[in-house]
Design a protein. Structure first.
Length: 198
């Protein structure tokens, strides 16, 4: 039971962290969809419109409207196109988050009624980010940077609750927080420092 509570707390903490740190814009997310899927989507739409025009020319009766054929073709072409783009997004997004992209793509494809896609969006890992001290890429679940040991999740020494790096006092118990120190520049990302006296 205690282990389950800990997992729930970790999930809530990650959700809060994601809301505070992930700046997601539609344009940036759209860019990760593979180019070939975008081209296939446009091709499907154009083919659908050409089929609608040909069907209108050969099978029209007196009361048929071209707009009806075009609308049906657009709907028939856009639905599989959007589904393909969604699967492509799941594949690339899972890969950049350090998850098993093949597994999540197959789950999104084969679990019916888009339940696999919904499960993916609920379970996906937060995006990795750069350590504020050394710039190394770290997983959002890490508490300390594996390169420089920088504390990525500072906590209040009195109440042990997580605080932000810029806080001077704990927002929960008003304890004064120690100043966070970053390592000196010569310890950052394994770079060697060349002195100017040479």
């Amino acid at each position: 039971m205690a282990e389950e509570k800990q997992r729930v707390k970790e999930g809530v903490r990650l959700a809060r962290w994601r809301m505070a740190h992930e700046n997601i814009r539609f344009v940036d997310e759209f860019r990760i969809i593979p180019r070939w899927i975008k081209i296939l989507t446009i091709t499907l739409f154009i083919v659908g419109q050409v089929v609608a025009q040909v069907a209108y020319i050969f099978f029209r009766s007196q009361g048929d409207l071209l707009i009806a054929y075009v609308g049906i073709a657009a709907g028939a072409a856009l639905f599989p196109s959007i589904v393909l783009m969604l699967f492509g997004y799941v594949n690339r997004d899972a890969k950049r988050r350090g998850m098993n992209s093949t597994l999540w793509t197959l789950l999104a494809i084969f679990v019916p009624y888009a339940i696999g896609v919904i499960i993916y969006f609920l379970m996906r890992e937060p995006l990795p980010y750069n350590c504020p001290a050394c710039g190394a890429v770290v997983n959002a679940r890490f508490n300390f940077c594996p390169v420089c040991k920088h504390n990525l999740r500072p906590s209040c020494p009195q109440c042990k609750r997580e605080v932000r790096l810029e806080d001077k006092f704990c927002p929960y118990c008003a304890q004064e927080l120690p100043e966070v120190k970053t390592p000196p520049p010569d310890h950052r990302t394994g770079q060697t420092v060349v002195s100017s006296a040479q």
